[in-house]
Design a protein around this ligand. Sequence first.
Ligand SMILES: Nc1ncnc2c1ncn2[C@@H]1O[C@H](COP(=O)(O)OP(=O)(O)OP(=O)(O)O)[C@@H](O)[C@H]1O
Ligand SMILES: [Mg+2]
Length: 597
Amino acid sequence: MVWPIYKRLLVFVRPYLSQLFLAVFFMAVLSMTTMMYAFLSGPLVAAMITGGREGLGTFAKLFPFMADTFEKMPQEALTTWVPGILVVVATVKGVAFLGQHYLVRSLGQTVIVDLRNALFSKVLKLAPAYFDDNTTGDLMSRFTADVTQVETSVTEALADLVRNGLMVVGLVAQCFFLDFQLAAIAFCLVPLTALPVGQFMKYLRKQARAGQDSLGYSGTMLAEVLGGMRIVQAFGREPHELGKYKDEGAKYLKIMKRAIFARGVYSPIMEIAGVLGFAMLLVYATARIQSGDLEAAFLLSFLTTVLMVYQPVKQIGRVSNQILVGVAAAERIFEVMDAEETIKNKTATARLNGVDTGLHFKDVNFSYPGRDAVLSHINLEIQRGQVVALVGASGAGKSTLAALVPRFADPSTGSVFIDDIDITDLELANLRGLVSVVTQDTILFSGSVRDNIAYANPTASHAEIEAAAQAAYCSEFIAALPRGYETLIGERGVRLSGGQKQRLCVARAILAGSPILVLDEATSALDTESERMVQRALDNLMKGRTSLVIAHRLSTILHADQIVVMQDGRITERGTHQELLDKKGEYSKLYELQFQK
Ligand SMILES: Nc1ncnc2c1ncn2[C@@H]1O[C@H](COP(=O)(O)OP(=O)(O)OP(=O)(O)O)[C@@H](O)[C@H]1O
Ligand SMILES: [Mg+2]
């Protein structure tokens, strides 16, 4: 299970393989020079000062060509050569260090950025329903905590794995080459460690996943509290929220401690197995030496090689840990990447340049997963240029119906048509270009007032933006802002009033200029003056468009061409304002309720 996920991660490294190999090369140079350093400053300095050349034996094994040269040199030559070479080696080592550090680290960051971009591009394609089931906070933690965990696992760990793996294979092969029997005894216990090590790795992976999930949950909580800080403070729930957050922290800590423990187990297991092998080797070798079958000097150099295997093996354990943790995090990233895109283009798509006859719901049924039907047998026609108003009690299904037009969701059965084309046959971008949406909550983005109005139409000229603002009754308050159109408005336009935000959203829809308008009027109570302005802005917005309007204030829709009353997901009445009043049904009840206030 680890490998397929890791393989998928490596896809993100593939474009940079040459960089990775260059890094491995620098790493190899780095360890070569580190070893050379030790030998140069030990045995060679000794040779240089005392003339004794005992230490050169081991040195000769590792760097035969250098040892040969040094061996032949007179002592005086050594006194000038050795210090010089030391400096050269230090310089090479420095360059190698910088090279591998820079390449590996920047590769890691590149992969992180690529991964985030891929994730973001995927998230943008997911239908709104996805975000009902997956919280913002958890998704954010996948973008941050999880992506970060992946970094070391695909870069440093990978490079280390390659480097140390090669080293182990080389050294073990060398041992077997030197003396097959000795090597067999030295390493016979290693395969036996696979079982306990494997178990701990599995455990570690589970804990790592639990840890990342817990971070995601903390993220969810944090995002909710930050978004609703006023409510938390107004109701005095700070201690409660803090308690919840601390509990999750404690849970995380417990998981992490287990993971840290599991990570620590590998090294001792390998060490004990190694020493056991080594001990057995000693017993066996001594016997062979006594029987005259083995030379002590040979045993010594064999043992040195065996001991050299330990270091890279330990490194491999360390990096496998990192890889496992990365894989656990990657799993969370790929869950998002694999989410089904429920709303997407069909293979053959139609295009429309405008609306000819209008919008038509034909026997539309809809239910949210696992819930009763929200819309039943909706048949509704909106002629081009007409305004159809939807009214009805809260929860009747009005917003749900409206959401079908831009395909935020698709009907369970039945279809929505523009002219004679089923909207699911339209190219999604084409459809959404035909429809402007003003939702129940006013959504503005960080940026200037201008950016927000021009959101759907970034190339709009200043005159067009001003005209839209004018039509939406925004010009006056925008002029009063400190920097006019360039004023930055916060994450959700915090520095604007509710009515001002609504009108900005209307200006945005006006500028978008799409032929079809879906307007889910905000419920927030506005004072009469503000309401009147929003109303005028909306009237301007509907002008010349085919509009489906959900009205909470009936004043909005007195002049609608058709008013449709919804109850429990069905259309129960339809007609003009006067017709419906005369009918004395649901609509007239709603109307009386509002105007009695
Ligand atoms: N994302 C969702 N997942 C599951 N059920 C939902 C979802 N959104 C709405 N519902 C349910 O669908 C029904 C209709 O909701 P809808 O938002 O369409 O009502 P509405 O008529 O717009 O109400 P209001 O006037 O309060 O805005 C409600 O019972 C609601 O609980
Ligand atoms: Mg609604």
